[in-house]
Write a protein that binds this ligand. Structure first.
Ligand code: HEM
Length: 462
């Protein structure tokens, strides 16, 4: 579609990102109830390349369950409260009138300094439903609902099942592969494209965009490292940055093209629902269309992809549990719950206090920043006995908070669980002798547990 045509379809509508930039975040107003000298820092992204830092979570949970953390070096906002106890994470998630997702975004620890903001990515990380409170959030969420209901997910399951078979047919003769490249990143893109209504010919583009979006984390990481080391030159090659920017442009141009097409000729798919949704009785602004596009392709891809690879590693490391699962397929749903608890692919979300309040005895002033560390809450021994043990017989595995809880609970949960079920049941039937074949690789990222490589081997099949 020509650029002019895209522009002509734009309307003003509601723009959250303009509002948020005016809002100020306060530093901790009250004394610390749990003073503690931490042995590590969440700013050290290297910490996350070995899996989630469960020992550090334990240290904080035991010594300072509401801990005031220093900001990232590139963060213009002051520090933030880290919550590591299950009940605290739940309490904040269930009280959106005190703990807002909208005042300063619900999804990022930081908006970054102005000079570090990518012009398109920046606004789109804000203008979507994850960052809305109250009626506006509910209305937009309602528009998405039909595509996450049982009937829709059941129909989708048949297609997903065929796709899993096709992907496993491709790797069967190989005897070894990088599971991420061949399966984990392919399956969620297929599923999401079906939900969104993306034509088959365009789907591979999503694979490349996701790879480049992960680079965004890498660039930030390098910048922080160089700043810490006092360097003035930039490591990411300028050509690479140009390529990254071109890829981001392509991703948003495509999103605009397809959303505009669906606004004109709606079909029975999620993109048509988003394109025709309303906030405050107005069609979505271009900013909200861009943001909703980014949210759905990121939230729907990365999370399932990383749980899929993470579960394979857990089964490799826990052979007895694997045998148990192979001997009784009725354990599959609980195995998946336990895997999601253990992997917790979304590491944290964020809220902002709107008034003076208290969490677990710690007094908190208005407009302070609070991060909910799901991976830590999901290992709280007050809720999960022997929490670091991977136990597919665990009775309360489904109590985990990996999908969040409350008004913003993950919309894609039924679709994620369905994909995980279809994948593991076929994978374990066909490749029950699989082993890991070398080290995994995890991106330096404290927002999503991003598994980039998962080498496996198995007896080749025809
Ligand atoms: C294992 C897989 C997944 C995990 C662990 C996960 C986790 C989460 C979490 C933690 C939240 C935010 C909760 C909060 O702020 O309170 C969320 C929200 C969301 N997720 Fe997922 N997610 C997964 C898969 C998916 C999939 C497959 C889709 C789409 C097809 C999806 C779409 C969304 C959307 C649209 C929201 C925003 C909901 C709202 O603001 O009301 N997610 N997810």
């Amino acid at each position: 579609m020509a650029e002019a045509e895209v522009e002509s379809n734009m309307n003003n509508g509601y723009i959250l990102s303009d509002e948020i930039l005016k809002n100020k975040i306060n530093k901790a107003e009250f004394d610390y109830k749990y003073p503690h000298k931490a042995s590590a820092s969440f700013n050290d992204l290297e910490l996350f390349t070995k899996g989630q830092p469960t020992n550090f979570y334990k240290e904080l949970r035991e010594n300072a369950p509401v801990f005031y953390h220093e900001p990232m070096p590139t963060d213009p906002e002051p520090g933030y409260w880290v919550l590591t106890k299950y009940e605290d994470v739940k309490y904040v998630s269930m009280n959106p009138k005190i703990f807002s997702s909208q005042y300063a975004t619900g999804n990022l620890l930081t908006l970054g300094t102005e000079e570090n903001r990518h012009p398109k990515l920046f606004k789109s990380t804000i203008d979507h439903m994850l960052n809305l409170d109250g009626e506006m959030h509910l209305n937009l969420r309602k528009e998405h609902m039909p595509f996450f209901k049982a009937g829709f997910v059941d129909d989708l399951r048949k297609k997903v099942s065929f796709k899993v078979t096709e992907l496993l047919d491709n790797i069967a003769p190989m005897g070894e592969c990088n599971l991420v490249k061949e399966v984990s990143q392919q399956l969620p893109i297929f599923t999401l494209s079906e939900v969104l209504g993306i034509p088959e010919a365009d789907r591979q583009k999503l694979v490349s965009w996701m790879e480049f979006l992960e680079l965004a984390q890498y660039f930030t990481y390098e910048m922080i490292k160089e700043k810490n080391e006092g360097k003035t030159t930039s490591t990411p090659d300028p050509e690479m940055i140009d390529m990254f920017n071109a890829m981001v442009d392509e991703m948003f141009d495509y999103g605009r093209f397809i959303l505009n097409a669906k606004r004109k000729n709606p079909e029975n798919d999620l993109l048509s629902a988003i394109a025709n949704a309303k906030i405050k009785n107005e069609e979505l602004s271009q900013e909200f269309l861009d943001g909703s596009w980014l949210l759905i392709i990121f939230a729907g891809n990365d999370t399932t992809r990383n749980t899929l690879s993470g579960g394979v590693k857990l089964l490799h490391e826990n052979q007895k549990q694997k045998e148990l699962l192979l001997s009784d397929s009725a354990l599959m749903p609980n195995f998946i719950n336990e895997t999601v608890r253990f992997v917790s692919p979304v590491i944290h979300m964020r809220r902002t206090s709107l008034e003076e309040t208290e969490i677990n005895g710690q007094k908190i002033g208005p407009y302070e920043k609070i991060a909910l560390w799901y991976g830590a809450a999901n290992r709280d021994p007050d809720i999960f006995s022997d929490p670091d043990k991977f136990n597919i017989l665990r009775e309360n595995a489904d109590k985990h908070l990996a999908f969040g809880i409350g008004r913003h609970t993950c919309l894609g949960k039924p679709i994620a669980l369905m994909q995980l079920q279809e994948f593991y049941s076929q994978f374990l039937t066909r490749f029950n002798d699989f082993q890991m074949n070398g080290e995994w690789k995890v991106a330096p990222n404290n927002f999503v547990h991003a598994i980039q490589e998962m080498p496996i081997k198995f007896s080749p099949k025809k």
